[in-house]
Design a protein around this ligand. Sequence first.
Ligand SMILES: [Zn+2]
Length: 155
Amino acid sequence: MKRRPSQGCRPKKAVAKEVGELRARLSECHTGQWRKAQCIFDQMAALTAKQGPMGGKMVPRACRYCGYYGHSRQHCPRIKQLEDEAVEAELRKIAQFKPFVPTTDEEKAWCALIDEHDRVYKELCDMGPANGKEWGDEEWKQAWDARFQSNPSWA
Ligand SMILES: [Zn+2]
């Protein structure tokens, strides 16, 4: 059986696997290891038979944020991690807030008013409008007033 010398006839799967391994190694290289990065990159280019513009030598690019090869700033896993940590820190902060407990009569009245407001709002939403579709402004106002007025604490 005649064997072709070109790498083009190698099974695509084997090439893809090799390129994947090279890519993984490239992504572990920092700008300080540019020689190694270029070497790995050249092997990848040879496997995929890629040529740069005008047939020039292609050089690997490192991320402008972290300096590692194999990804751009937009896909930087280190930026992503910082963002995730910032979100988690924010969530931890929010989780520390304690619910407001009213102490003075004024605060208690205000909280009761808000509770009542929520209750009526939910009640009207659950009930739905007469036409079963959308509340009209006037219809909502009448239903609202009727409920607030019917409550002696707000009369
Ligand atoms: Zn990066």
